[in-house]
Structure formats: structure tokens, C-alpha cells
Ligand binder design. Structure first.
Ligand code: TPP
Ligand code: MG
Length: 348
């Protein structure tokens, strides 16, 4: 049975993550209307929001320490918040400011915080190999840290996912793969592209346990993830965990969702994991004032982070040439070559 404090910690992060997405939604639309201009407004580019997926992130990440690695896909904010990524610097990154996690050059799909070992990628399933690399490093260094890769159900047909599961299993690595099943990959319903209804069944082909939490209940996820993460920490190998979540918003901002049946959207809105946890907390004797205080703190934290981020400077155009490469890798010098490059012609 979970302690009340743990349940309240999960709740605090869930309401922070939900409010964060709602506030970013508002900020994103500034300047982009009435005719949608993706480059306008304070948040240029695409924005994938994760409202409805909070249970998966908090249920997993609340077992983790700062030295554990987490990789996330293109829908990363809830996971980053649950992993303890610096909210101000993450927000500045999303707003493209110099004090952002990557000096404002990565944007919302490429958040990277080495302090808490968090990274994400816009290429689906491509968080899996780096997580496996981190798990291999933990094993080689003989530490008890673990690595977790989050991915969507639409990414489980990718080669990188299969290769990562195989490598983690063959080398008995401390890795956990978490599929967030929100039923959709952009406009593609999962049954049209994937042969199994339950993605965790894929574990059987890699000789590792596969577990599915089929309702987005943060407490059930916390329990299942606890088993998987302890198993990894105790050096008993990787686990594949799938969690049913729900997409409350479009695939990205400005997605009209014309492909989505109305009942599906209504069902997603009705199955709110925050409401579910709220009922559990109230039935455990927590009073509404305590929850309301946690919500106010979350809102203040998010509003402060957004206000701070919007005051930060934008990078200068010439900074685009900085941070492109790390120091020259060994064997590569910064000296001018002492030969002329051959001219390339196209008309032969
Ligand atoms: C390798 C690769 N192919 C295609 C895309 C384009 N793409 C972006 S998101 C997405 C769907 C992802 O669906 P899912 O993994 O279920 O995550 P969700 O968006 O539902 O959170 C696709 C195909 C991509 N980013 N990377
Ligand atoms: Mg999906």
C-alpha cells in the first residue's frame, strides 16, 4: 500500500504537468491566429502536448533517482517534469531563449538535462538505443543506476525498439522500456499498424517480462513500475511495461483531429487520471484544501517558469554557428587543410 505522502507527490507532479500543457497551449496560440503560421508567436515550431498521459510519467519516474537515465520521445514535458528537469530552463528552451537547457537551439522535442540525466528526441523509438547505452554504462561501471526509455505505441514497430530490447536482454541490462499507449500515432489508430493489441506481448520475443497497466491509474502504474525498476536495479534484467493513457488534445497544436471519432475524444476526456487519483486521495481522508493548495503551488511554479522564460534573451543569429560540434574528435584538427578540395561538377 502506497503512503499518503507518495500519493500526494504523484498528484503534485500530475497537476503540474497538466497545467503546464494548458498554459503552453495558450502561449503557443499567441500570434498564430487567425491564419496558422507555425513560425509566429513566442513558441515557434511544432508543439506536442501530453495532457492525459501524466499517470505513466509520474508512476514510473517517482521510483527514479537523479543518477538514473530517462529518455522520452517527441511528447516529453510530463516525463521531464516527473524526472525533475529544471522547469525554468526547460521552459526557456521551449521558448527558444539563451538560458534554455540547450541555449534555445533544441526546442521542445530536444530537451537535454545532464543534471538529472534526461533527454528526448523527435525521432520515434530513437530514445531506446541511448537508454540501453546508459544501462550498459551503469552495468560496466558497477553502479546500481537504471535507464528508462519512454516511447509511444506507434513506435513499437521501429527497428530501434526491437534492437534495443534484444541488446538489453542479451546483456541483462538494467533497462525498462515504457510504452505510452494513447491509441493513436498522429491520425493512425493502433489496430491499423500493429499486429498486437497489447504491446507488452512483444516482450516474449526477447525473453523479458512484459506487463500492461490497462487503465491510466497512477497508483497501478507506480506499483508495476516499482517491480520493473527494482528488478533492473537488482541486476535481474530489463522489463517492457505498457501503460494505457489518453490523448486529451490533438497530436500537435493546430491538429483539427478530423480523423478522430467524437466518441473517442469524449471517452479520453472522461477517463481523467487526475480525477481518478483525486477520488482515491479523498477516500483516503485527504481533504480538498490540501489538494487545492497543491494545485495552487503547481500553478504558481508553472506561471513563474513561463514568466521567467519570456523575459530571457533570444540567441543572436550568429550564435547558430556555435555548439554545432563538440571539441574536435581525436584525429580531427582545427588547422586549415593543406590541399584544395576538388571542384564538384554536375554536368558529366
Ligand atoms: C522515425 C520516425 N518516423 C516518423 C516520424 C513522424 N512522427 C512523429 S510522431 C509520429 C507518431 C508517433 O506516435 P506514437 O509513437 O504513438 O506517439 P504519440 O504521438 O501518440 O505520443 C510519427 C510517425 C518520426 N518522428 N520519426
Ligand atoms: Mg500514440
Amino acid at each position: 500500500m502506497l503512503s499518503q505522502d507518495t500519493m500526494l507527490d504523484l498528484y503534485a507532479d500530475m497537476v503540474t504537468a497538466r497545467y503546464y500543457e494548458e498554459r503552453l497551449q495558450e502561449e503557443y496560440l499567441e500570434g498564430k491566429q487567425p491564419a496558422f503560421d507555425i513560425s509566429a508567436g513566442p513558441i515557434p515550431g511544432e508543439l506536442h502536448l501530453a495532457a492525459g498521459q501524466e499517470a505513466a510519467a509520474v508512476g514510473v519516474c517517482h521510483h527514479l533517482r537523479p543518477d538514473d537515465t530517462v529518455t522520452a520521445p517527441h511528447r516529453p514535458h510530463h516525463v521531464a517534469i516527473a524526472k525533475g528537469v529544471d522547469l525554468k530552463r526547460m521552459t526557456a528552451e521551449i521558448f527558444g531563449r539563451t538560458t534554455g537547457l540547450s541555449s534555445g537551439k533544441g526546442g521542445h522535442m530536444h530537451l537535454f538535462d545532464p543534471d538529472v540525466k534526461f533527454a528526448c528526441s523527435g525521432i520515434i523509438a530513437e530514445g531506446c538505443p541511448p537508454a540501453v547505452g546508459a544501462a550498459l554504462a551503469a552495468k560496466k561501471r558497477n553502479t546500481d543506476s537504471v535507464a528508462v526509455a519512454f516511447l509511444g505505441e506507434g513506435a513499437i514497430d521501429q527497428g530501434a525498439f526491437f534492437e534495443s530490447l534484444n541488446f538489453a536482454s542479451v546483456h541483462n541490462l538494467p533497462a525498462v522500456f515504457v510504452i505510452e499507449d494513447n491509441d493513436w500515432a498522429i491520425s493512425m489508430p493502433k489496430e491499423r499498424v500493429t499486429d498486437v493489441e497489447d504491446g507488452s506481448e512483444r516482450a516474449a520475443g526477447f525473453d523479458m517480462p512484459g506487463v500492461r497497466v490497462d487503465h491510466d491509474d497512477a497508483l497501478a502504474v507506480y506499483e508495476a513500475a516499482g517491480d520493473a525498476i527494482h528488478r533492473a536495479r537488482d541486476r535481474n534484467g530489463p522489463t517492457l511495461l505498457e501503460v494505457q493513457v489518453h490523448r486529451r488534445m490533438g497530436h500537435f497544436m493546430w491538429d483539427p483531429q478530423t480523423y478522430r471519432p467524437e466518441e473517442d475524444e469524449e471517452a479520453a476526456l472522461a477517463r481523467d487520471s487526475i480525477e481518478r487519483l483525486t477520488s482515491r486521495l479523498l477516500s483516503h481522508g485527504v481533504d480538498e484544501d490540501t489538494l487545492s493548495e497543491l494545485r495552487s503551488q503547481a500553478e504558481k511554479r508553472v506561471d513563474d517558469a513561463i514568466a521567467w522564460a519570456k523575459e530571457q534573451p533570444h540567441p543572436a543569429p550568429e550564435d547558430a554557428y556555435e555548439d554545432v560540434f563538440v571539441n574536435p574528435p581525436s584525429g580531427v584538427t582545427t588547422e586549415e587543410p593543406d590541399f584544395e578540395l576538388a571542384e564538384v561538377t554536375t554536368d558529366e
